[in-house]
Design a protein. Structure first.
Length: 422
């Protein structure tokens, strides 16, 4: 039986596995390395995060993005966006050097068993571990507006569902959303000759500005320090003190997670959108149907909204919603035992342990506990060290002592005492 089984081989899963191996744990990690960047982002996209805020984490800090770029004759400089292809290659390089062998099989289910957990892989094999870390990324949590659901993938897809956009050449595509995914997808479509428009609920698009120089007068840094999530003291707190964020009252955390770092386009994509893409603001899709092989959209909003229009395909760049209900690889009994908040987001302890002993969480699903940093690669460094510390405590604690979550709202659910044989 392994000490730790890591489900997911993206930045969080690889970082956790590296720290676990460095701590001497018997660890195994599952999943296609860097799958989101290799399989779910079109060619030509760039990272929105600064290069120095896009490092995966190993215990000795030897395998950062700048080190990879230096070894491969490329650049990782402040203020210069990194191509997605470069970042994916960096993650594979990190996996080869900092992580025990990655098992590329997908995990189809996780259930409790005596002494720990049982994982079933896509080929039906069973493995057991005393603890499990779920680092499943964002793909399980895709969010598509209710009006668009059920039309079929021929007509509606999520922005994360495209490795390339060639299938849309010469067609008419409508992109829903006003954030970076929507705007960069639209720019790439327009640049390949697709007729494309963006529908956004907001009254205006928000654009990030060019970041200030890395070296600048001390008073400018004091007024608005750099951080992994952008300049300013508020962003610095979210980025560099996730443990402090977790100490905030739950309603405050929920409000911040719903509003902080909202939809915005990167400065380097603005001209590409404004020069080529039709943008319809204050539009929200209220109904959609397929008519003669095309999608007919009805919108509501400002005075400019008409009776609707038709398009060949809709790409919903509408983000992700990390609820416990969408952790479908968890056995239903195990999933239903998790303590959650009013938004059905699972509880995570100060060491990223769920309310079920030995089951740890990482990445987007912990944003309601640790803040906006968990939506970005930058949060992997804090997560990896803290989570592995929690795993070691869990292994010392043994199976008899349950995790007792702090108050987490009126709708909190707790694992029934003795519900499973641990």
């Amino acid at each position: 039986m392994y000490d730790l089984l890591v489900v997911g081989a993206g930045p969080y899963g690889l970082s956790i596995a590296s720290h676990a191996a460095g701590a001497g744990l018997d660890v195994r990690v599952f999943g296609r390395p860097m799958a989101s960047w290799r399989d779910h982002m079109p060619r030509g996209m760039f990272l929105k995060s600064e290069p120095w805020a896009s490092n995966l984490s190993d215990p000795r800090g030897r395998y950062g993005l700048a080190e990879y770029c230096a070894r491969n004759g490329t650049r990782a400089r402040h203020g210069e966006p990194v191509p997605v292809e470069t970042f994916a290659s960096y993650g594979l390089w990190f996996a080869r050097r900092a992580v025990p062998d990655v098992d590329e099989r997908m995990v189809t289910s996780v259930s409790a068993c005596p002494g720990g957990f049982e994982l079933i892989t896509e080929d039906g094999r069973s493995l057991r571990g005393r603890t499990v870390a779920l680092a499943v990324g964002v793909i399980p949590f895709i969010e598509i507006p209710a009006a668009l659901r059920g039309l079929g993938t021929e007509y509606v897809s999520h922005s994360s569902g495209h490795r390339d956009l060639d299938r849309f050449r010469g067609r008419d595509v409508t992109v829903i959303g006003g954030g970076q995914a929507a705007l960069e997808t639209a720019a790439l479509l327009a640049e390949q000759g697709t007729r494309v428009r963006v529908l956004a609920r907001s009254h205006q698009l928000n654009w990030n500005t060019v970041p200030p120089a890395w070296k600048r007068p001390w008073w400018e840094s004091a007024r608005a320090p750099h951080s992994g999530l952008g300049c300013g003291w508020r962003n610095w707190f979210y980025s560099e003190v996730p443990g402090g964020f977790r100490r905030l009252p739950e309603p405050t955390r929920a409000r911040i997670c719903a509003s902080a770092l909202g939809p915005a386009g990167a400065w380097w994509v603005r001209e590409r959108v404004e020069s080529r893409v039709e943008v319809l603001l204050d539009h929200e899709v209220s109904a959609a149907s397929v008519v003669a092989g095309r999608v007919r959209l009805t919108t509501v909003g400002g005075a400019s909204c008409g009776p609707g229009f038709e398009t060949d395909h809709v790409i919903a760049a509408t983000g992700f919603k990390a609820t416990s209900e969408r952790l479908r690889l968890l056995d239903p009994e195990l999933r239903e035992s998790l303590a959650v908040n009013a938004a059905d987001e699972p509880y995570a302890s100060a060491d990223f342990e769920s309310s079920y002993p030995g089951l740890f969480l990482a990445g987007l699903v912990t944003a309601s506990s640790f803040g906006p940093a968990m939506r970005f690669v930058h949060g992997a460094s804090f997560t990896a060290g803290r989570l592995v510390r929690g795993v070691r405590r869990s292994l010392r604690r043994g199976p008899a002592e349950p995790v007792v979550p702090a108050p987490f709202g009126e709708r909190e659910r707790r694992a029934p005492i003795g519900a499973v044989n641990r």
